[in-house]
Design a protein around this ligand. Structure first.
Ligand SMILES: [Mg+2]
Length: 156
């Protein structure tokens, strides 16, 4: 993790999730269902940071599954699809770009939302990966607010 993202992360360490919105929706009779989640990154530390940031975002999700590369993620997804996959790009064995293409060939992942989380920020790469089937893109360093903004369209 870069020094900048580390500082950014520490800055949000005391941040409390805003659950008021969920409570309002619940009292309005709307059922808020927790989403299933998989975090794919070759760095175990980054997976933990993503997990913590997700918790701080206030989004409702179940205990996430983890995978260290695209190949491992595909194996886990073929035995049980998840609602949302947060996926790194640069990984050994199978990178995020290849993962997106292969995941889109899995019939049981047709409704899975794949959001890339990467330091790569070249617009051409982002456009290509969206064209290949990714549903969104979050650049590192990120914040709980950024996760909330990018993922809330997929939480209903
Ligand atoms: Mg990586």
């Amino acid at each position: 993790m870069s020094r900048a993202s580390c500082l950014r992360f520490k800055q949000y360490a005391g941040w409390k999730p805003a659950t008021l919105k969920e409570k309002e929706r619940e009292s309005a009779g709307e059922r808020v269902m927790a989403k299933s989640l998989m975090i794919v990154d070759d760095s175990a530390t980054m997976r933990k940071i993503i997990m913590r940031t997700m918790r701080m975002s206030g989004l409702e999700f179940n205990e996430p599954q983890e995978a260290g590369n695209g190949k491992e993620a595909l194996e886990k997804l073929s035995s049980g699809p998840v609602d949302i996959v947060l996926c790194d790009i640069n990984m050994p064995e199978m990178n995020g770009m290849e993962f997106v293409k292969k995941a889109r060939e899995l019939s049981n992942c047709a409704n899975t939302k794949i959001i890339m989380v990467s330091t790569e920020s070249a617009q051409e790469l982002i456009d290509n990966i969206i064209a290949d089937g990714a549903n969104g893109y979050i650049t590192k360093p990120f914040t709980p607010e950024k996760f909330q903004e990018k993922l809330s369209p997929f939480m209903n």
